[in-house]
Design a protein around this ligand. Structure first.
Ligand SMILES: CC(C)(COP(=O)(O)OP(=O)(O)OC[C@H]1O[C@@H](n2cnc3c(N)ncnc32)[C@H](O)[C@@H]1OP(=O)(O)O)[C@@H](O)C(=O)NCCC(=O)NCCS
Length: 175
């Protein structure tokens, strides 16, 4: 089995909504996903198997917005059955690479303070915690950590992405 990580095709929009509902509790509706596809400042990516699986048709989804010289990582979700295999890492790498090619210098995001898996993933790619938004999440009043990564435009970051991409793909070839 091989894997494709590319802009989300329209044919996988409903699969993205399904994955979103399962993993994020319904962050975006079908209409929101459709709008992202046509928004010039948005990179909405999907990751799927080839040949495509029936269950699940989509293994991961991720989205970043570009605002001035910052990439905002808005959404990251990996199907529970396919975690800890480097797909989240690959998704984040690709979003940062696209941001770099768009001329972004910084990347930022908010994450629940208790979300150890996501924080570990972001830390692995050089994000550090720069602040807190108290009671940011309405459902349980949890704080958000604000994480930040600079240097997207530096040549060494491009080299790091290339090297990390080779490692990520070599992991996927044994799945
Ligand atoms: C966070 C999430 C996207 C990670 O996806 P994933 O595909 O499992 O992550 P990866 O396998 O690529 O892991 C990359 C690194 O992240 C860290 N990591 C990932 N899951 C982890 C966990 N459960 N515990 C500790 N570290 C973890 C590790 O450093 C890992 O590197 P390693 O594989 O060399 O150990 C996934 O758990 C998820 O979809 N969670 C629910 C949605 C969510 O929290 N989204 C982010 C909101 S801000």
């Amino acid at each position: 089995m091989s894997f494709v990580l590319q802009p989300l095709p329209e044919s996988l929009l409903s699969a993205a909504v399904e994955l979103d509902q399962m993993v994020l509790g319904g962050f975006w509706s079908l209409q929101s996903y459709q709008e992202e596809l046509s928004r010039a400042s948005s990179d909405l990516l999907g990751l799927w198997a080839v040949p495509q699986l029936e269950h699940p048709p989509l293994l991961a989804v991720g989205c970043a917005w570009t605002i001035l010289d910052e990439a905002h990582i808005i959404l990251m979700a990996v199907h529970p059955r396919y975690r800890r295999q480097g797909f989240g890492f690959g998704m984040l790498l690709k979003l940062l690479d696209l941001a770099r090619h768009r001329g972004m210098k910084y990347a930022t995001l908010e994450v629940r303070a208790s979300n150890e898996a996501a924080i570990a993933l972001y830390t692995k790619l050089g994000f550090t915690s720069v602040g807190k938004r108290p009671k940011y999440y309405a459902d349980n009043g949890e704080d958000a950590l604000v994480m930040w990564r600079s240097g997207l435009h530096l040549p060494e970051f491009g080299e790091q992405i290339e090297a990390d991409w080779v490692v990520a793909q070599s992991r996927w070839q044994y799945i």
